[in-house]
Write a protein that binds this ligand. Sequence first.
Ligand code: SF4
Length: 395
Amino acid sequence: MGVPVSQMWTVASYVLRQKLRGVQRYPLVLMLEPLFRCNLACAGCGKIQHPSSVLKRNLAAEECFQAVEECGAPMVSIPGGEPLLHPEIHEIVDGLVERKKYIYLCTNAILLEEHLDRFTPSKYLTFSVHLDGLQEEHDRAVCRDGIYEVAVCAIRKAVERGFRVTTNTTLFNDADPEMCRRFFDELMELGVEGMMVSPGYPYEKAPDQERFLHRNETLRLFGKLLDRPKRTWRFNQSPLFLEFLRGRFDLECTPWGNPTYNLFGWQKPCYLLQEGYCGSFKELMETTDWDSYGRCSGNPKCTDCMVHSGYEPSAVAQTFGSLKGFLRTAKVTVFGFGPSRAIMDEPAADLRRTSPQIDAALVQLQESLSSATDSREDASATPASEAEVELLSRS
Ligand code: SF4
């Protein structure tokens, strides 16, 4: 089973509506953290270091619904902490399904099998299971033996019972590309709908600071990992984000695309940094100094960040908001990823600020496309070749 067409349509039409209304900054996925406590203590996690008084607390279901309505994003990701430890998680999920939100419930899957009876399979609900590699790597990453097997059994059960299941994998500088490729094969054999991969963010509070990837290391790793990927692999990510990770398409962070709501309120500016909180979504959007974040800002906290929560919404916005992004997505979808060739040393460009240039380039590209079509009228519409699409998507 792949991503339902209705989900793709919901997201595409939502983005296009924002474009038509001239909205520059809009949320795509709400990161709803209903608690911070977890039943694991992974070395690379920067979310569970709160005092016990905070770890005990939960957002009430009504608070979650209010945040979802205030934000208006079509998708809601529920990370944590471990959401299955939340006493009202089933009510929260049911309420979001009623609101027709596409939910990604992120879980380490330790409790998934015993909770399955309390959820109903739905196109709106996906379990996104945390798996950082094959057995040895995953158990090491989560600092506990046996967790890989537990997660794999839970995935099998959930898939058998008709739930949508994806995986989310965070990679660090000790990731072996060959091993990862075998890991992807294994996930596909488990029957998951798609895989999500991302480099880890260097949280200041994470116990293990040695394994985080710097930007050039990320590009090299993903360049190898996604060099002519197998056709059988399915990613639950936009092609442009994967192109970005392997240095083939530049993006700038759009942190407002994945706003975060948790026990403290609306977190500034993103899921990864904690630079203050706002009482409302409107206040978050209006009072955050967005120009101080992202690679081109020069903010050292953003220099090495290539995390999906900052860049996936940028990729979606480029796919539906620029001909260049659309053509690159079409090329990858039709012809596959092809060989990796890094652009890692190019200076950062602020892609969020170039709308006049992008508009001018779009007009130029559209003219090129129509003249290319005109000149082919006698040649009975030969389909564009991979090289032509590549040329246009790079213009
Ligand atoms: S670059 Fe990363 S750390 Fe910086 S604002 Fe974007 S998502 Fe947050």
